[in-house]
Ligand binder design. Structure first.
Ligand SMILES: [Ca+2]
Length: 304
């Protein structure tokens, strides 16, 4: 009887040890980070992308509908490319930040209304979202090379809302089975007008203290182990590289607003962004008529 009790306690201790998340440090979360048991699915109120798009820095969703409950996935290419970084630390609690840039073309002026950033907290439910804040600085050059901040600061929370993107961050080994890392969109209010130039953003997330992170998933593209040229601040700035392939990575963000001095584009005929039915131009009709006449001539000559 006593042996049975001891055996039970040993098994219980082992189960607890396996279940407890192991800290991977604050600067990044790699594919050896713990994966849990799927307990949920479905798609509660999810983020809908804005249509006032000025700029999109790159995708993070790689597979549509392959995830738990039919969700989409952002698959880290662990086995096919040897990649290893699920997400980089961008958490307020650790003082970590992420920086990446966009270019406003010569002659253009952007009125930036908002910017959306993306992060997950490991083992957090997909709903409600656990992100609680974002602070942002916009620089007129790289934050690592003596540029100046032209908008924002490192203390004001500019996050207006957060919601699940319907995408889970997974590895190739956990695709279809893990709902541990629900990528959330943090929609932020900006409100500034910028002229042509290269601008760097550096940002940081706040979130629930009950879960690790927030972690920023890199831009993810099937077949590519290099996705950008972002920086991470962990006391000093350094290039973000995948810990498996040592290749540079970028980060997804979406800039919303309007092009100053340009008329607002009207949707094409056919309604809600639908593609219009193609029609023949006058030239097209003339060419088609000539072709038909040619065919008729050949047929008539053969018959006679
Ligand atoms: Ca970049």
């Amino acid at each position: 009887m006593r042996m049975k009790a001891v055996y039970f306690l040993v098994v219980l201790a082992m189960a607890v040890a396996v279940a407890l998340p192991v800290s991977a440090g604050d600067s990044f979360e790699d594919s050896t980070a713990p994966w849990g048991i799927v307990t949920e699915g479905g798609a509660p109120g999810t983020w809908q992308p804005s249509r006032a798009l000025l700029y999109d820095n790159g995708p993070f969703m790689t597979h549509s509908g392959t995830g738990v409950g039919g969700a989409d996935e952002s698959v880290l290419q662990t086995t096919s490319l040897g990649m290893n970084t699920l997400g980089m630390g961008a958490q307020l609690s650790a003082g970590n930040r992420i920086a990446d840039q966009f270019v406003i073309p010569a002659g253009d002026e952007w009125q930036i209304d908002g910017i959306t950033f993306f992060a997950y907290q490991s083992f957090a439910p997909s709903d409600p979202a656990t992100l609680s804040g974002v602070n942002l600085q916009i620089w007129d050059g790289s934050p690592d090379s003596g540029a100046s901040v032209v908008w924002g600061d490192t203390s004001t929370n500019i996050m207006a809302s957060a919601a699940w993107t319907n995408v889970y961050r997974v590895s190739e080994e956990s695709t279809g089975t893990s709902a541990d890392r629900a990528i959330q969109a943090a929609v932020c209010t900006v409100g500034t007008t910028l002229t042509a130039g290269t601008y760097w953003l550096d940002w940081q997330f706040d979130g629930s203290a009950s879960y690790s992170g927030p972690w920023a998933p890199p831009i993810t593209i099937i077949g590519n182990d290099t996705t950008g040229d972002a920086l991470q601040y962990t006391g000093s700035w350094a290039a973000v590289t995948d810990s498996g392939t040592a290749t540079p990575q970028g980060f997804p963000f979406i800039v919303d607003g309007t092009l100053v001095g340009q008329p607002t584009p009207t949707p094409p005929p056919g309604g809600d962004g639908a593609e219009p039915i193609p029609t023949l131009s006058v030239t097209g009709i003339a060419l088609l008529s000539l072709l038909l006449i040619g065919v008729a001539v050949v047929v008539i000559r053969r018959r006679s």
